[in-house]
Design a protein around this ligand. Structure first.
Ligand code: TYM
Length: 324
């Protein structure tokens, strides 16, 4: 099959959007795949927002722990920290010289903040080039991501094609995005896209009491308890149906339409479902967070393997550009 690669920023602990939109689909893809896959923690990307090194380290551990808790098969995966393969920074410089300014000025990640330009650092502006390098340095074919990363994937394809055209040789592999329709945009507690930066996320790894509080923060309307409610406009129902079985979802739908079923009841069911459905993952996540050496050894092994793939590709690029 094809080489699968994806990454998650360590700008926070992974939330339900990351899990359903990226971790679960990527792990499924890896299981079906014969070829070795590449899963990394985009800790360099997190520097565009998080400046505190201790926090970054903790988040990097949490992202790694989440992948492992969800069953990432490290025998079939090169699992690594982006920053431990500094070749990516070198490639980013080369590729940035092939990236037109208007392409970056058009990126949603930049445009969303362009009304407050003083808050935009150069790293945030060139963020898509680092992401392109993440993908191209390992000749990835398939990149499973949520819909919000689609534009970055298109830029990666454009940058790679431009490079190959100017170099008159197919040096860089043109990757394809893989976006699962059902989970392309997971809503947050306020109905907008779930995101660390909107602070509207569900963190399924929280201790019970905090998780309950987190679930209770889901915004609902003020329809009285006795009255029927519209499940399709309700944030609790939307989130519940993403992790529940079809049968459980239909049952909750019936309760919404029947009346005498409040949002508090629905939140309680969602909370309990997180606890039962993700019991194993929650335990494993805690185990890894308490035993960082277990994570470290896995990442260190992956970082060595990543080097063996990155170096020949980078050498080819250097050679073509007259840097060898
Ligand atoms: P990040 O860290 O914001 O998100 C990681 C992955 O989770 C997906 N995701 C979602 N999917 C569905 N619904 C949501 N609400 C939701 N929120 C997040 C994202 O689409 C992504 O797949 N730039 C990337 C990280 C990155 C990367 C890469 C990814 C760096 N280099 C190379 C792939 C390949 C990012 O910030 O994702």
């Amino acid at each position: 099959m094809a080489r699968v690669l994806t990454g998650i920023q360590s700008s926070g602990r992974p939330h339900l959007g990351n899990i359903l939109g990226a971790i679960v689909p990527a792990i499924e893809l890896i299981q079906q795949n014969q070829e070795e896959s590449f899963i990394f923690i985009a800790d360099m990307h997190s520097l565009t927002s998080t400046k505190n090194g201790e926090i970054r380290k903790e988040n990097t551990l949490a992202v790694a722990a989440a992948w492992l808790a969800f069953g990432l098969d490290i025998n079939k995966t090169v699992f690594y920290r982006q920053s431990r393969r500094p070749e990516v920074a070198e490639l980013t410089w080369y590729l940035s010289c092939f990236t037109p300014y208007p392409m970056l000025a058009n990126a949603h990640s930049f445009k969303d903040k362009s009304d407050r330009l003083s808050d935009v650092n150069a790293g945030l502006f060139t963020y898509p080039v680092l992401m392109a390098s993440d993908i191209l340095l390992y000749s990835a074919d398939l990149v499973p991501v949520g819909k919000d990363q689609m534009q970055h994937l298109e830029m990666t394809r454009d940058i790679a094609s431009t490079f190959n055209r100017i170099m008159e040789e197919e040096i860089l592999t043109i990757p394809e995005a893989r976006i699962s329709e059902a989970v392309k945009t997971i809503p947050g507690t306020d109905g907008q896209k779930m995101s660390k930066s909107y602070n509207n996320f569900i963190d399924i790894f929280l201790p019970e009491k905090q998780l309950k509080k987190n679930v209770n923060s889901i915004i609902t309307d003020s329809t009285p308890l006795e009255e029927p409610k519209d499940p399709d406009t309700c944030n609790v129902y939307k989130l519940y149906s993403l992790i529940a079985s079809q049968e459980q979802t239909l049952e909750m739908r019936g309760k919404y339409q029947g009346g005498n079923y409040g949002y508090g009841h629905a939140k309680k069911e969602f909370f309990e479902l997180i606890l039962t459905k993700y019991q194993k993952e929650r335990e494993l996540f805690n185990f890894y967070m308490e035993n960082p050496a277990e994570i470290e050894s896995k990442l260190a092994a992956g970082e060595e393997k990543a080097k063996a793939v990155a170096e020949p590709i980078l050498s080819k690029v250097r050679e073509k550009l007259g840097f060898s």
